[in-house]
Design a protein around this ligand. Structure first.
Ligand code: LMR
Length: 340
């Protein structure tokens, strides 16, 4: 017999079963911070995603022009622009995926943690609006300090009784993208052929590439593992320095976030074996937020795939970074509770 219950449990009707030609469902994605350095290229990439029906652009200023420009791109997603705090709720309404790139970037010499004062309130504002406008949406942050921003958002969502740990993400894809690129460069192979777990958080030593699990096997000396690990951990700073006061990574971050958003959408769409790393509420270690591999599905995280096998030196690096990560998590929670 046909399993109607299963069909009705899905959040949207399966158009293929109803006889429509198009077998993929289509989603509304909202980009908060859409006219910024990351937001613009990210929106351009999302506009090209065939799973997107509607792309809502939100920013405090200069968003109408970005929206008009993007709306001329000949892909099916429609584009709507929303400006200012008063239009945030409208931008979010009915969104299935919300991606947040809003916030100030670092200047040379700054750590990500030093952005907490400037950017923490963005997480509060957006999570509050999401809890009211689209509490079922998958909410993914790019905004730094990411290690604190995700805990802040979780505090807000808990206070609003809208917290689902399977729907809140900090995007760490750029750390994996960088690891692939630098390792491929070193081994003289195609970055697309490199797979390596990068676990933990998104700042300095909390970014932990697991070379023992690199595929293909990493061919290099211990010194090479050390120097590549350091480069992956400090790659954001490399870009901040090179931009010399004009911000941080925008293009590689947009590439990474668009890739991650595509995986979220494919998960919603019921595609199988969609696995991404992201910084999420976690009980894989004793640190309450942690990035590991996640199986994605129709309601966000289907399963946290946990820690990869670790070599002794990786185990040590993990133990060493946990208190560092914990400090940023506590700073985020303190920030949230001081405002809520
Ligand atoms: C990055 O990794 O490039 C971003 O987190 C931005 C930054 O400040 O480094």
């Amino acid at each position: 017999a046909f399993n109607w219950t299963k069909l009705l449990q899905r959040r949207q009707p399966n158009l293929a079963l109803l006889g429509f030609q198009n077998s993929v469902r289509n989603y509304k994605v909202t980009v908060v911070g859409a006219s910024g350095g990351i937001g613009q290229p990210l929106s351009l990439l999302i506009k090209q995603n065939p799973l997107v029906r509607e792309l809502a652009l939100h920013d405090l200023a200069n968003v109408a022009g970005v929206g008009a420009d993007l709306s001329h791109v000949s892909t099916k997603a429609t584009v709507e622009s929303y400006a200012g705090d008063t239009e945030l709720m409208d931008a979010l309404r009915n969104a299935e995926v919300v991606v947040v790139s809003a916030g100030l970037p670092r200047k040379p010499g700054m750590t990500r943690d030093q952005l907490l004062g400037a950017n923490g309130s963005i997480a509060i504002k957006v999570a509050t609006a999401v809890s009211a406008a689209c509490p079922d949406a998958l909410l993914a942050f790019i905004t730094n300090p990411l290690n604190s921003i995700v805990p802040i958002a979780s505090e807000v969502l808990k206070a609003k009784k809208a917290f689902d740990p399977n729907r809140l993400f900090g995007i760490t894809t750029l750390d994996l993208v960088r690891a692939k690129t630098f390792i491929a460069d070193f081994m003289n192979i195609n970055p697309q052929d490199v797979n390596i777990p990068v676990i933990g958080g998104h700042a300095g030593t909390t970014i932990l590439p697991i070379f023992s699990q690199c595929k293909p096997d990493f061919q290099g000396r211990d010194e090479d593992v050390k120097s590549l690990t350091h480069r992956i951990q400090e790659a954001g700073t490399e870009v901040v320095k090179a931009k010399a006061g004009k911000g941080s990574a925008t293009l590689s971050m947009a590439f990474s976030a668009a890739y991650f958003v595509n995986s979220l959408l494919r998960g919603l769409n019921g595609d199988e074996n969609i696995i991404e790393y992201a910084y999420v509420a976690s009980n894989v270690t004793d640190v309450p937020f942690f990035s590991t591999a996640l199986l994605l599905g129709p309601s966000g995280i289907t399963k946290n795939l946990g820690l990869p096998c670790l070599r002794e030196d990786e185990e040590e690096a993990l133990e060493k970074m946990k208190p560092v990560l914990m400090q940023s998590i506590e700073a985020g929670i303190d920030f949230a509770t001081s405002i809520l």
